[in-house]
Each structure stands twice: as structure tokens, then as C-alpha cells.
Write a protein that binds this ligand. Structure first.
Ligand code: AMP
Ligand code: ZN
Length: 496
């Protein structure tokens, strides 16, 4: 097994990854709140954890990857008061909340697929776990760590800390500072301490999403779903919990409190946080108006975009920085990524088609074989160093040099020797496809090919190159299409 080091937000150190159960890894990632389309910033975070999932699987672990869908409880403003994000959208669009949930869950899945992020092993929803959330709330009340107030239930931070809890330890926040920051915030009238957070909220009459509970009709607090779903599927103490940096506080801090409060053990071994995608140094976010959607990126249809970029170009762009640093969007960086991605994929096409060719007259060059082995180890060293994909990519470019030399006959497979050649082929393909999740992007749909060919047809016709014109017609026919040469212009149609 590779010696994989992971930065743990809790210890603030890179630690050697040692799962609780030698071969199995449990990882939980906070999924999206499905009330709008995911933007490119969200994609960065989910891509980070996709890489983690892929890499752990690649080095031999059996990973249970749980990524939830937040479909209730996340309130506008991220606090304990006000409208549910989904409920608000449902009212605005005059739809059922579950129609909103379905629409944006579908969008999320489509985007994940476009960017080649693998589906998780389990994708639980908050509304599917209301019973568990009520049970955990009751458990915390029974333990004296939560109290009911006017139909809502709050987590009692002071009681938790008195019992040895260290609220603030994940985010490194000091209780006193938090108190001054939070003094004027919501729910103060009902809370014993302004820092207490909602486990269960009483539903106001106009609130759409509501369930019966021992405390009356209401809905679960945002942080509770992740505690219930992670421990239900991964156990009271599991390996990795991830999410975007902005979830560290209060979301994950509250999760630790809920988990430790209800089970007595710290829920998570390694806390992992992915940094933000920024635009001109500012976090990409819908509310700041500096976000764009994957669909806009792919169509090049946004004022921030000078051209269209493919999902794999954007994925490559994201992987060129380590996940713990911020990544600033820029057209220049994306254009450079487009080039880099294409170079790397061209290498993939070459090596896939290439086989070892024995040549008894050619001696093996041990230096070449050694260089290949070292460079492959460099790819792993990058991944092992807290998923430093930038280092891995730099090493892959060095492997690519060898592949291109083979392609140009400046180097022969016999010179590398069978073992080194096979290693080069296997690892180059595996690193790109399995670990980094990059794949070939082709305009596979006939429609996009056809529009390109139609432009050619026009050119040939104008130049009176009738043999070529016929060739294009034959191409269309072979694909079940016909060219329509009309007075109004040229178009193609399905052959009837
Ligand atoms: P949300 O649906 O807003 O809760 O976000 C889903 C995930 O995307 C969370 O893990 C956020 O931390 C993450 N996220 C939001 N904005 C960005 C951004 N600009 N860059 C990277 N991740 C982000
Ligand atoms: Zn969460």
C-alpha cells in the first residue's frame, strides 16, 4: 500500500493515512443543497473528493463513499431563522419543494457526469432521514446536551463543553470571540446561549416542509442531517469527512459536537477541506454574482468567458493546483489548460495503440528504464503528498516526453525493455484515466460533426470542387442524413 499523507484540519498537520479498518475506508462528503444549479466553484469541491475516492480505490482500498443531498433544513443565510432555501424557491416557482429538489438533483448528477466525477456508493437525502434526526435530537435531550424551547430544540454548547466537549476545536475559533460575533444573531430569545444551534425547528405556519415530532410540527436543523447520515452508513467513528472550506464553521464544528455528544466518540478521524475557486480573488458564489454554470462554460456563454471550454479542460485546470490552495479563474489559465489537456490526451491515444516490439539487436538502456520508474514514482509521490495533483501532472508530462519520443522513433520500445515499456503504458493510462479521471473528449454526436461538414460543403461548392462536394454528400448519407440545398440556404436534415 502506498504511504498516503492527508492534511487533517483537526490536527493542522499532514498525517499518514491509517484507516480504522485496514482495507476499508469510509468517507463522507457534504453534498449540495439542491435549490439551484451547481456552479463551477461547487464542481471544484466535488472534483477534489472524486480524486480522493479514485486514488484510495486505485491504491487498493475498498471505499464506501457517502455524499448526501441536502433537501431540507438549510435556511437562507445559513443560520437558524428564516426560510428554507428549497421552500423559498418552491414558493417563487410555484412548485412542490420536491419538484425543486428533483430538478436540481438531476442537474447536479448531469454536471457530475460531464466532469467525470464518479457517483458515490450511497447518496442519502436529509428528508429520507427525518426519523434518525428526531432520534438523535431526543438522545441529545436525554443526555442533557439539548433543550426544547418554544417547539424548537437547541444544542447546549455550554453543557457540551462542561462535559469535555471542545466546541471550536476544528475551526480554531475561541468561544469568547464567537460570542461577540454572534451576539445579535437569530433565535436569541429562545436560546440559552447565542452560540447554541438548532437541532429541530418549529415550523412557522407558512413554512412548507414540516414533519411531526415529539416537539410539534417542524423540520431538522441543517447540521443534523450530516451527523445522522454519516454515522448511519459509516459508523459512529469513521475515516474521512470532507467538504468545502466554508463548511468548516459552523457546519462541521456542529457535526463534531452532535456526534461526540450523542455517541461519546469523536465522529471523524481525518477532516478534509477543499479550498475555493475564486474570481479576481473573490470566492465564486451565486450571491456575489461572479459565478457561472458549467453549461455556460461549455457554451462560452458568460461575460467572464472569452471562449468556450470543455469539461475536461476545466477539470485539468482544477487539477493543476493542490486542493488546499485557492484557485483563481482566468481565461489565460484555462487556455493553457486546454493545451495541456490536449497534449496529455494525445499521449494517451498514442500509448494505447502502441505495443512492445522486441528487437534482438537492440540492447536495453537501463538509464531509460530507471528514468521511467522514477517518474512513475514521482506521480505517486505527488498523490501521496496530500493529493498534490500538480506534481503528479508535472511527472506525467515527463512520461509524455518518452511517449512522444517513441512515437517519433527517437526511442524504441526495445530500448526501454518490455518491463519498463509495459509499466509506462499501464501507469500513464491508469494515472490519467483512473486517478485523475481525465478522458478523451470527442464530438461524438453526429449533429456537431454535421454542422462542421456543412461548412466544408459550402466551401467546396463555391470553389466548384464537385468531387469533394460528392464526398461530403456520401458522408451525410452514410450517417442517415441529407444535405438540403435550398434557395434560402444550406442545411442538413435526417434522411426520410
Ligand atoms: P452549497 O450547495 O452552497 O452548500 O455548496 C456545495 C459545496 O460546494 C460545499 O462543499 C461548498 O463548500 C462548496 N463551494 C461553494 N462555493 C465554492 C467555491 N467558490 N469554490 C469551491 N467550493 C465551493
Ligand atoms: Zn454536511
Amino acid at each position: 500500500m502506498q504511504a498516503f499523507k492527508i492534511y487533517n484540519t483537526l490536527s493542522r498537520e499532514k498525517e499518514l493515512f491509517q484507516p480504522i479498518n485496514a482495507k476499508h475506508v469510509g468517507m463522507y462528503v457534504c453534498g449540495p443543497t439542491v435549490y439551484n444549479n451547481v456552479h463551477l466553484g461547487n464542481v471544484r469541491t466535488f472534483t477534489t473528493f472524486d480524486i480522493l475516492y479514485r486514488y484510495l480505490t486505485h491504491i487498493g482500498y475498498k471505499v464506501r463513499y457517502v455524499r448526501n443531498i441536502t433537501d431540507v433544513g438549510h435556511l437562507v443565510g445559513d443560520g437558524d431563522e428564516g426560510e428554507d432555501k428549497i421552500g423559498k424557491m418552491a414558493k417563487l416557482e410555484q412548485l412542490e419543494p420536491m419538484e425543486i429538489v428533483q430538478r436540481y438533483t438531476n442537474d447536479f448528477h448531469d454536471v457530475m457526469q460531464q466532469f467525470n466525477n464518479l457517483p458515490p456508493s450511497i447518496e442519502p437525502t436529509a428528508t429520507g432521514h427525518i426519523v434518525e434526526q428526531i432520534e438523535t435530537t431526543q438522545k441529545l435531550i436525554d443526555k442533557g446536551l439539548a433543550y426544547e424551547s418554544n417547539g424548537s430544540v437547541y444544542f447546549d454548547i455550554e453543557a457540551y463543553n462542561r462535559g469535555g466537549g471542545e466546541y471550536g476545536k476544528l475551526s480554531g475559533r475561541i468561544l469568547e470571540d464567537l460570542l461577540t460575533e454572534t451576539r445579535d444573531l437569530d433565535g436569541v430569545g429562545e436560546k440559552r446561549n447565542p452560540l447554541d444551534f438548532a437541532l429541530w425547528k418549529k415550523a412557522a405556519p407558512e413554512h412548507l416542509m414540516r414533519w411531526n415530532s415529539p416537539w410539534g410540527q417542524g423540520f431538522p436543523g441543517w447540521h443534523l442531517e450530516c451527523t445522522c447520515m454519516s454515522t448511519k452508513y459509516l459508523g459512529d467513528n469513521f475515516d474521512i469527512h470532507g467538504g468545502g472550506m466554508d463548511l468548516k464553521f459552523p457546519h462541521h464544528e456542529c457535526e463534531i459536537a452532535q456526534g461526540k455528544g450523542s455517541t461519546g466518540v469523536d465522529p471523524v478521524r481525518y477532516w478534509m477541506h477543499s479550498n475555493m475557486l475564486t474570481v479576481n480573488g473573490q470566492k465564486m458564489s451565486k450571491s456575489l454574482g461572479n459565478s457561472f454554470l458549467p453549461a455556460e462554460l461549455i457554451a462560452g456563454n458568460h461575460p467572464l468567458l472569452e471562449q468556450a471550454y470543455s469539461p475536461m479542460t476545466a477539470r485539468f485546470f482544477m487539477l493543476q493546483s493542490q486542493y488546499r490552495s485557492t484557485l483563481d479563474f482566468s481565461n489565460d489559465a484555462l487556455k493553457a489548460s486546454q493545451k495541456g489537456y490536449k497534449r496529455m490526451i494525445n499521449g494517451l491515444r498514442i500509448i494505447k495503440k502502441m505495443d512492445y516490439l522486441p528487437n534482438p539487436e537492440q540492447e536495453i538502456d537501463p538509464k531509460q528504464a530507471e528514468e521511467i520508474e522514477k517518474t512513475i514514482q514521482g506521480c505517486y509521490d505527488g498523490m501521496n503528498d496530500d493529493l498534490n495533483t500538480a506534481v503528479t501532472i508535472a511527472n506525467l508530462f515527463n512520461l509524455l516526453k518518452k511517449i512522444n519520443q517513441l512515437y517519433m522513433n527517437q526511442l524504441s520500445t526495445a530500448q526501454l525493455g518490455e518491463e519498463a515499456f509495459n509499466l509506462l503504458k499501464k501507469e500513464y493510462i491508469a494515472m490519467i484515466e483512473n486517478v485523475l479521471g481525465l478522458k478523451e473528449e470527442l464530438a461524438t454526436d453526429v449533429a456537431s460533426m454535421a454542422s462542421g461538414m456543412l461548412a466544408l460543403y459550402k466551401e467546396y461548392k463555391e470553389a466548384k470542387q464537385y468531387d469533394k462536394v460528392d464526398q461530403v454528400r456520401t458522408y451525410f448519407k452514410a450517417n442517415g442524413l441529407v444535405i438540403k440545398d435550398m434557395k434560402t440556404g444550406i442545411d442538413w436534415a435526417y434522411e426520410e
